[in-house]
Design a protein around this ligand. Structure first.
Ligand code: ZN
Length: 274
């Protein structure tokens, strides 16, 4: 039996809408960032749901990171609001930052970049096996509110120039273990890192304030790094005001929830790199 595909954003399914391929990172980047590698290193770690076994997958995929697609978004969303309200407004900022050129980022640009980062991180999560870190309600929020879900924190940095794109989606499982509330649901958050050329963004999306409060060691790691926090509060700065951050620091931050191990309540569940 074929499972009916549903658009993750609007919730509509065929024949009302046509489900199309949505790029995780737009293939337009292939033209902007011409020295990008045409190959992805795919490293995936997760726990097999049926066997409980810890699976590690390392392989090379002969595909540009800007050609990776998911098949969960309808044509109307893809060519409509995702293009016009999410992708196009940030083009001038992304193009400059990816290529290491200076650009003035103001409060409004912070909001636009946060919208793009949150959407891209949520879509990236669909590449991994379910359960997804972003719920159906949260996908809908992204479409209707055009901003990150509550309890999302986003940092922007100027990274060491690399031709390899680095994307990491670290899923966080929040297990509530109160003795008196054993039926509290397990919820998911994620820490997603997107590093293209000289630009890096980190999206820490939590399913509750409580979950965010338990990640303070992680947040402290971000405070130590020369990054600009662009969400929830935006600010004004020039991209070149940011000191360069090394790739090894980016990698460290991308897995910091794993390293910091704030409490056993938050365990790292699955992650994958491009
Ligand atoms: Zn749709």
């Amino acid at each position: 039996m074929q499972i009916m595909k549903v658009c993750v954003f609007c919730g509509k399914s065929p024949p009302e809408v046509k489900i199309t391929r949505e790029h995780v990172l737009r293939n337009r980047f292939n033209k902007v960032f011409t020295h990008a590698w045409g190959e992805m290193d795919w490293n995936q770690k997760y726990v097999d749901k049926t066997t409980g076994e810890f699976i590690v997958v390392n392989r090379k995929i002969p595909q540009s990171p800007f050609d990776q697609t998911i098949n969960d978004v309808c044509k109307i969303c893809n060519e409509g609001w995702l293009n016009v309200q999410v992708e196009q407004p940030v083009e001038k900022y992304l193009d400059c930052m990816v290529l290491g050129k200076d650009v003035k980022v103001d409060v409004e640009a912070c909001a636009l970049l946060s919208r793009w980062s949150a959407k891209t991180a949520a879509v990236r999560g669909l590449v991994d096996p379910p359960p997804y870190a972003t719920t159906a309600e949260e996908f809908r929020w992204l479409m209707e509110e055009l901003k990150p879900i509550p309890n999302t924190h986003i940092w922007l940095g100027r990274s060491e120039a690399r031709t390899k794109t680095y994307v990491r989606h670290l899923k966080l499982k929040h297990v509530c273990s109160y003795v008196y509330m054993p039926r509290m649901p397990t919820t998911y958050g994620h820490l997603t890192t997107i590093a293209i050329g000289n630009m890096v963004v980190f999206v820490l999306a939590c399913s509750s304030t409580k979950m965010f409060n338990e990640l303070q060691m992680t947040v402290n790691e971000f405070k130590k790094a020369p990054l600009k926090k662009i969400y929830p509060e935006g600010l004004n700065f020039n991209f070149h005001d940011l000191p360069e951050i090394s790739h090894s620091w980016v990698v460290h931050l991308s897995s910091t929830t794993n390293d910091a191990k704030p409490k056993p309540l938050v365990v790292w569940f699955a992650g994958a790199d491009i």
